[in-house]
Design a protein around this ligand. Sequence first.
Ligand SMILES: [Zn+2]
Length: 116
Amino acid sequence: MRVTPVGRIFMDLILRNLTEDIVISELDSMINKLDCCKCDKCRLDIASYALNRLPAKYIATTQGELMSKISFIDNDFRMRVATELSKGAQVVKKNPRHAAVPNSPLPNPLPDVMNN
Ligand SMILES: [Zn+2]
């Protein structure tokens, strides 16, 4: 008789915030329409802005199932994601951190780079 230890099952599963996957994929598809800088820092700031304003959708799944779970996300939620990304793009455009501008309007600013 083969006993599968519980820990092994956990190792096959990943804990994932689907909102994060959706935000990143929507940002990639919207980035050329957003009137803002497209550098990695600005993209991640826009994603952070949206993620801090959207509910988390955690699931435990396998890597293989992940893409099919993402495709089941309803359009209303995708619209919300797109709205928050557009707002985030406007905020980041006014105060891009790539240029080391102090007083970031983001909710969780990183340590002030001007002090380094
Ligand atoms: Zn930038």
